[in-house]
Write a protein that binds this ligand. Structure first.
Ligand SMILES: CC(C)(COP(=O)(O)OP(=O)(O)OC[C@H]1O[C@@H](n2cnc3c(N)ncnc32)[C@H](O)[C@@H]1OP(=O)(O)O)[C@@H](O)C(=O)NCCC(=O)NCCS
Length: 120
C-alpha cells in the first residue's frame, strides 16, 4: 500500500533512500529529504507491507509530466514486484501525466513501462 510520507517516518525514509548509491552520504541524504519538505512540487511516498515500510518513491511534479526522482526497496524485499507496484500506483495518482526518469531511475522505469506506460 502506498502512503504519503510523514515527518514521523523520517528515519525510515532516510534508511530506504540510502539504498540508492548516490544518496548514501548523510549530507546528501539530508539535503534530499529537505527538498521534499520545502518544495511543494516534490512528493515522497512510502510503501507499506503489513506494518512494515519497505519501499520509498519520490517524484517531482511539473506541467503535464512528472519525474521519478527516487525509488528504492529494502533489499530483503527485492524482486517481489514492489518497485513496479510503486511505479504503477504513482502513475494512477497522476492520471494523464507522462512519467519521466532521471539518469538514475530511467532504466528501471523503462523496465516497468515495457507493457503499459507512456514515457517522455
Ligand atoms: C530498483 C529497485 C527499486 C527495484 O525494486 P524491486 O521491488 O526489486 O523491483 P521489481 O521486483 O518490481 O522488479 C521489476 C523488474 O525490474 C528489474 N530491475 C530491478 N532493478 C532494476 C534497475 N535498476 N534497472 C532496470 N531494471 C531493474 C527487475 O529485474 C525486474 O525485472 P523482471 O520483471 O524481468 O524480473 C530496487 O532494486 C532498489 O531498491 N535498488 C536500490 C536503489 C536504487 O538503486 N534505486 C535506483 C535505481 S532505479
Amino acid at each position: 500500500m502506498l502512503v504519503r510520507y510523514k515527518k514521523s517516518c523520517e528515519k525510515i525514509a532516510m534508511g530506504l533512500l540510502s539504498f540508492m548509491p548516490e544518496e548514501r552520504e548523510l549530507k546528501k541524504l539530508k539535503e534530499t529529504m529537505n527538498i521534499y519538505q520545502v518544495n511543494p512540487n516534490w512528493h515522497l511516498f512510502l510503501w507499506k507491507e503489513g506494518e512494515a515500510f519497505v519501499g520509498l518513491v519520490g517524484i517531482e511534479a511539473d506541467e503535464g509530466h512528472f519525474t521519478l526522482q527516487h525509488i528504492s526497496v529494502n533489499p530483503s524485499f527485492h524482486g517481489e514486484g514492489i518497485g513496479r507496484a510503486m511505479v504503477e500506483k504513482i502513475q494512477q495518482l497522476m492520471p494523464n501525466q507522462k512519467i519521466k526518469g532521471t539518469a538514475v531511475t530511467e532504466a528501471f522505469l523503462e523496465k516497468c513501462s515495457e507493457a503499459k506506460f507512456a514515457l517522455i
